[in-house]
Design a protein around this ligand. Structure first.
Ligand code: PXL
Length: 266
């Protein structure tokens, strides 16, 4: 890469037309960190701050047709995957990663929307685990996602360790389990496991329902920082404080969970 070249981050994820989650959150986040954003849509969802009402999933061929011209033209410094709704789209994404030797792959195992809409089938989740966990620099489940992936109920920090170990045994070298659903007092703690070594990352817990897009934004911010050459641990810390600020600066729009407010004046 030329010294002055801007790193390109690619996201393969769903479109949330209301702008809170999915590729729109990813694009804003990549841009906020000074990376250039490219994107391919895996599914067009129908939603707003109140819920997800449906989705039109894209075919594997459509995803490939979006990605190929991009990877033929740009050097991709990092890739984020978000909602990958079907086994065929996941398989295709894994092939694209292998063929292009993509590095710095952040896999956000999007399973269910905050409002309870299933964004992936059980069979597709199995393929996601098998094909994408082994090529991920980090996998970023929240607690409900970690429960569905590991098959255990998470109630304590020991359960978090057990879930992380199960996810590691599935081939993921590093796992970030996001504890927002688990916040106690005034702290929101996430647990980063690198090669089985655990670090607890604390941030201020902000009591609000303006949280739409936090998961996508966190994973995208990690992706951007990896693209900029930061290590994983630093990328996660920077991403976490970015999300805390975005929650604080939520625009408070809509009748449900407001999107968070991505800050471009960093
Ligand atoms: O936050 C999970 C998520 C990811 N991607 C898309 C979504 C959602 C949740 O609604 O719609 C496109």
């Amino acid at each position: 890469m030329d010294k002055n070249e801007t790193p390109v981050c690619l996201t393969i994820a769903g479109l949330d037309p209301s702008g809170g989650a999915g590729i729109i959150a990813d694009i804003k986040t990549f841009t906020a960190f000074g990376c250039f954003a490219a994107s391919a849509i895996s599914s067009i969802t129908f939603q707003n701050t109140q819920g997800v009402f449906g989705a039109e999933h894209q075919t594997a061929a459509c995803v490939r047709s979006q990605v190929e011209p991009i990877v033929d033209d740009y050097i991709i410094s990092a890739l984020k995957t978000g909602m990958l709704p079907t086994g065929e789209v996941i398989d295709e994404t894994a092939s694209i990663i292998a063929e292009n030797k993509l590095q710095n792959v952040v896999v956000d195992p999007v399973v269910r929307s905050t409002s309870g809409y299933d964004l992936i089938s059980d069979n597709a989740l199995k393929i996601l685990i098998k094909k994408l966990f082994p090529v991920a620099a980090v996998v970023t489940p929240n607690i409900p996602e970690a429960e569905r992936i590991s098959g255990i109920t998470i109630k304590t920090e020991t359960d978090i360790d057990r879930a992380a170990e199960i996810i590691r045994s599935m081939g993921a070298v590093s796992v970030l389990i996001k504890g927002g659903h688990f916040a106690t007092g005034n702290k929101a703690t996430d647990f980063l496991f690198i090669d089985g070594e655990r670090t607890a990352l604390e941030s201020e817990f902000i009591a609000t329902n303006a949280t739409h897009g936090t998961g996508c934004t966190l994973a995208a911010a990690i992706t951007a920082n990896l693209a900029l050459g930061e290590g994983l641990s630093a990328s996660v810390r920077i991403a976490k404080s970015f999300v805390t600020e975005a929650i604080r600066f939520a625009p408070n729009i809509g009748k449900g969970h407001s999107p968070i407010g991505i800050n471009f004046d960093r």
